[in-house]
Design a protein around this ligand. Structure first.
Ligand SMILES: Nc1ncnc2c1ncn2[C@@H]1O[C@H](COP(=O)(O)OP(=O)(O)OP(=O)(O)O)[C@@H](O)[C@H]1O
Length: 664
């Protein structure tokens, strides 16, 4: 454009101007583009030649009001005050009449995007033109934008392009809450996302606040929590959903037990044999590192294990480093195998093995999942922690074992001893570490029969051993009553302590158990002394039994309902049956379908689904009972109603199910 040249420099100075301008290259692609399209150095030289023959341009006064393009483009004009007639003061309002060149120019150089804030300084260096505000966020975008057109509204995408965008952003912030805190100000408003940020309710602030802050674990749908007070303190006629199922504690306990039965470890990692006689999948139950030889005289370990013969889980007790010299010792187990008692861990068999790399004697007992030893329960770390907490409490007697529990233990262990002594053997191990607690206050004598085999050669006197059993029982009771493992070291002090904290009966009982046999004490004497306490124990056991039975009853209902639901599933909407697509739309099946809608697909006045489990359970229970109560079933188009009784619906279900079963 020849007409543009005189504007760049005064006449006669064009070549010099062009040479000077060569140094002032703009680094922004847009500006560079603009510049090369106008008059870069080499071009200007040829232009100068052209200009030499060109008609002198007449400059009018109006030029004084027009902003010098050198100022606009380069930020300064080296001919300011040296003959350049154009306006060099950018603070002065620019020419009210835009230059024809500017108005015609495709690239609108007056756009604010090209105005660095320090333009007016007049001492702008070429480097400072590279100020960050001229660098588009994405060079790719900038390149494309430079080539397209700055006059288009697309320049709005540039964060510095105009104040309009920032005002729009601020109004957006006002509109939709404080998006800025989520870093949304940086987001381009163009593109399909734009609608999302303006869309009402499409952005949930809490979602953004929550995201990344917490990782949610998958829900475990089989777990039930206890009902909260505000929903559990109901009127007598009201019931919570928990009322329909077994108690949470029992459910959890059963789950834990099932989980424990299925626990497994890699045998190689734990240095365990893959197979041991008929047993496999050994899992160590003894969690303590140090192994005591105090009880058996040998180190012992316990493993949960699966029997490959019957598929059941057993507890294997291994006596380490024991070489059985007399085969006859194995026969002692026979007497124990016949003993079955609620307070004895039953023994199944015994065998020797070298699978562990030594001579081991293995005893196989019934497995009681999640059981703890009496020692763990009352003297273990957890028990000690609990007693420390309670010692600081108001009553320092709170940490002692409740007398009723002590009587319960005594009754159960006496009952076990009665069975053992009646079988002509002796327990020989009444030790807190060898009594298992397998349920709430439920104790069982463990490790029966081991001592008989380990001491077979010494031919012990059974009568004496039975007297020792009674003495050991007394020592155990004293240890528990004083809650001290050293209580038997100072008997008189311990008896005083027991007299202070327990009833006279308890003290007398412990004194009797620990007294010298005159001439012989028997378990029957203990039972006579226990008399009234036994009645209390029977009462407690039966009450607990009632609770469990009622829990079982609830699950029984659920089992019934599950079967009913399965029938529903089989019948409802089976279009293919009997090659008749209308099978479930006619006759009995239609009533069942409407009943299904009545039970599960009810909606409230607002048309929202009613999710009332109590309604479902009530309907299904009435259906299963086949009561005469009538209900109104409505067709889906709400044009017809059927009044039917639960008895009739039950008959329909039975007949439809019969149809299906006949077709097999
Ligand atoms: N028959 C069994 N069924 C289920 N678990 C058992 C059985 N026998 C033992 N256990 C578990 O094995 C663990 C270890 O038993 P063990 O008799 O070795 O107790 P301990 O306190 O470690 O005694 P020790 O000092 O003799 O090693 C106990 O906590 C108990 O829970």
């Amino acid at each position: 454009m020849a007409s543009a040249i005189p504007i760049m420099a005064p006449p006669g100075t064009v070549a010099a101007a062009a040479a000077g301008d060569d140094n002032n290259t703009l680094s922004t692609p847009a500006a560079a583009n603009a510049w090369t399209s106008k008059a870069p150095g080499p071009v200007s030289k040829s232009s100068a030649a052209l200009n030499a023959s060109a008609k002198p341009v007449s400059l009018t006064n109006s030029n004084k009001t027009r902003t010098c393009r050198n100022i606009v483009i380069h930020g300064f004009c080296k001919y300011e005050g040296k003959g350049c007639e154009f306006n060099h003061d950018v603070n002065k309002p620019a020419a009210s009449i835009p230059s024809p060149e500017l108005s015609k120019a495709k690239l609108h150089v007056n756009s604010p995007i090209f105005k660095p804030s320090n333009l007016s300084s007049g001492s702008v260096k070429a480097d400072s033109i590279n100020a960050p505000e001229f660098v588009p966020k994405s060079s790719q975008d900038a390149t494309s934008l430079a080539g397209v057109a700055y006059t288009e509204s697309r320049q709005m995408a540039h964060p510095y392009a105009s104040t309009m965008q920032s005002s729009l952003m601020s109004s957006m912030n006002n509109l939709s809450g404080s998006f800025s805190q989520f870093g949304m100000n940086d987001m381009s408003m163009s593109g399909p996302m734009q609608g999302n940020y303006y869309g009402e309710g499409s952005v949930n602030n809490y979602y953004y606040q929550g995201s990344g802050a917490m990782l949610h674990q998958p829900l475990q749908y089989h777990l039930y929590n206890t009902p909260l007070p505000h929903v559990s303190n109901l009127l007598p006629h009201q019931k919570t959903i928990h009322g329909f199922f077994i108690s949470d504690s029992l459910r959890e306990e059963l789950h834990r037990k099932n989980e424990m039965i299925l626990q497994a470890v890699n045998a190689q990692e734990y240095g365990l044999p893959e197979e041991l006689h008929e047993y496999h999948s050994l899992y160590p139950l003894d969690l303590t590192q140090e192994k005591s030889t105090e009880v058996f005289g040998y180190q012992s370990s316990v493993y949960k294990s699966m029997c490959s013969v019957d598929g059941r889980t057993y507890a294997l007790r291994r006596i380490e480093g024991f070489r059985l010299t007399n085969e006859l010792a194995m026969q002692t187990i026979e007497g124990w195998r016949r003993i079955r008692h609620a307070n004895i861990v039953s023994i199944r068999e015994a065998f020797t093995s070298k699978a562990f790399g030594d001579h081991s004697l293995i005893f196989v007992y019934d497995y009681h999942p999640c059981s703890k030893t009496l020692y763990d329960v009352h003297f273990g770390p957890q028990a000690q922690l609990a007693s420390q907490v309670v010692v600081g409490a108001a009553k320092n007697t709170d940490h002692i074992i409740h007398e009723r529990i002590l009587w319960s233990y005594l009754i159960q262990l006496t009952s076990a001893l009665k069975k053992i002594h009646s079988a002509g053997v002796a327990a020989r191990l009444i030790d807190p570490t060898k009594i298992l607690v397998t349920g709430k206050n439920r104790v069982r004598l463990n490790c029966c029969g081991i001592m008989d085999m380990l001491t077979y050669d010494s031919a012990p006197n059974i009568a004496h051993l039975q007297q020792d059993d009674i003495l050991n029982l007394g020592q155990l009771m004293m240890t528990l009553a004083c809650k001290s493992l050293t209580a038997t070291h100072s008997i008189s002090k311990s008896i005083d302590y027991i007299a202070q904290h327990y009833s006279q009966d308890m003290k007398n009982m412990i004194l009797f158990l620990m007294s010298q046999p005159v001439p012989m004490k028997t378990v029957d004497q203990i039972i006579t002394m226990l008399g009234p306490r036994v009645l209390q124990e029977i009462n407690d056991v039966q009450n607990a039994n009632d609770v469990l039975e009622s829990d079982l009853g609830r699950e029984l209902e659920n089992g019934r309902l599950a079967r009913l639901l399965m029938k529903f599933g089989f019948i409802n909407e089976r279009p293919e049956f009997d090659m008749d697509p209308a099978w479930s739309e006619t006759g009995d099946r239609y009533i069942i379908k409407l009943f299904r809608d009545y039970v599960f697909h009810q909606v409230d006045e607002a048309g929202l689904p009613v999710l009332d489990v109590a309604h479902v359970l009530t309907c299904l229970n009435k259906l299963d009972a086949g009561v005469d109560e009538k209900i109104v079933l409505m067709s889906r188009d709400e044009l017809s109603c059927l009044i039917v009784s639960y008895r009739e619906i039950k008959a329909c279900i039975e007949s439809a199910f019969r149809d299906l079963s006949k077709s097999k």
